[in-house]
Design a protein around this ligand. Structure first.
Ligand code: ZN
Ligand code: ZN
Ligand code: ZN
Ligand code: ZN
Ligand code: ZN
Length: 298
């Protein structure tokens, strides 16, 4: 039992590592020092410069929110593309090129499936029989003018009328589209709907609703924590409660995290982040330990 718990904790730790690092370690696990360095370097950029990727119908509806595992026209997953930008390019559209060696994909391009099957081009060949290089020419015939599919989306519009949109948080907000919570995970694409913030990534749904539960939303409004941590904190903000009890009147309460230098912020963030990991693990352990079943009549 003890050993299983240790293994479960190690698995959870690994899963979290993978969510954050994605493929950035090139298949060779970072050392703990490299991992810390990676988080220090990448997370602030990622939180600041997240790109949202969706597949949009001509009516402006996001028919598909692209997630880390969503396949591209090039047959690689979104997470295999360049999804982190230190500085967001000025030009539009923003390109998200594939990082798989020798892949010619210049930017992530969503293509729907027909059930589990690839869809067909008007040249009658499947999507994956076409080149991922610009122009999307067919590898199996010479009459194709570039991939073009009339396959009808659930919204009633043909595939060819949709476009893959890559946009910033500000650009989405300006259109009244959901942006969800800030998360440290790699290649989140357009995912904004959390069915449970505490569970994070594994329970992410792609509904795009992105509305946290009411009590959480309230705690976010009153929380004085770092904005990133708000996304992770559960409904109870104990620090807030304690300061209210200790300070008495809320009018005299100080905003304590308003004037941090960036370094302080990161140290604070890191500390709280580690605490959260520990808490999550403890909760997981509790969940997993079997509840002793009562025999009837005992
Ligand atoms: Zn590719
Ligand atoms: Zn691609
Ligand atoms: Zn063809
Ligand atoms: Zn074709
Ligand atoms: Zn559609």
């Amino acid at each position: 039992m003890e050993r299983l718990q240790v293994e479960a904790a190690a698995l959870e730790e690994y899963a979290e590592y993978r969510r954050i690092v994605g493929d950035d370690d090139g298949g060779k696990l970072f050392t703990p020092e490299e991992y810390e360095e990676y988080k220090r370097k990448v997370l602030p950029i990622r939180l600041q410069n997240r790109l949202y990727v969706s597949w949009r119908s001509p009516t402006g509806m996001d028919c598909k929110l692209v997630g880390p595992e969503t396949l591209c026209f090039c047959t690689h997953r979104y997470k295999q593309h360049k999804t982190d930008y230190e500085v967001i390019p000025k030009e539009r559209p923003i390109c998200v090129p594939c990082r798989v060696s020798r892949c010619q994909c210049q930017s992530y391009h969503y293509v729907p499936l027909n059930g589990t099957q690839p869809i067909r081009c008007r040249c009658k060949h499947f999507a994956d029989q076409h080149s991922a290089a610009p122009g999307f020419s067919c590898n199996s015939c010479s009459k194709c003018l570039g991939f073009h599919s009339c396959f009808t989306c659930a919204c009633g519009q043909p595939t060819y009328a949709h476009e893959t949109v890559v946009e910033t948080k500000q650009e989405r907000l300006a259109q009244g589209k959901p942006v969800g919570q800030d998360v440290p995970y790699a290649a989140m694409g357009g995912l904004t709907g959390f069915s449970s913030l505490a569970e994070g990534y594994m329970r992410l749904d792609d509904s795009g609703i992105g509305t946290p539960p009411a009590e959480l939303a309230e705690s976010l409004v009153t929380s004085m924590d770092h904005p990133f941590l708000k996304a992770f904190e559960g409904p109870s903000s104990s620090a807030q409660t304690i300061s209210q009890i200790a300070g008495g009147s809320s009018a005299t309460r100080q905003v304590s995290h308003g004037k941090h230098s960036e370094d302080d912020d990161m140290a604070y963030f890191e500390k709280r982040y580690q605490e959260r990991l520990k808490k999550e693990k403890a909760a997981k352990r509790k969940e997993k330990s079997p509840v002793p079943s009562k025999k009837p009549g005992d």
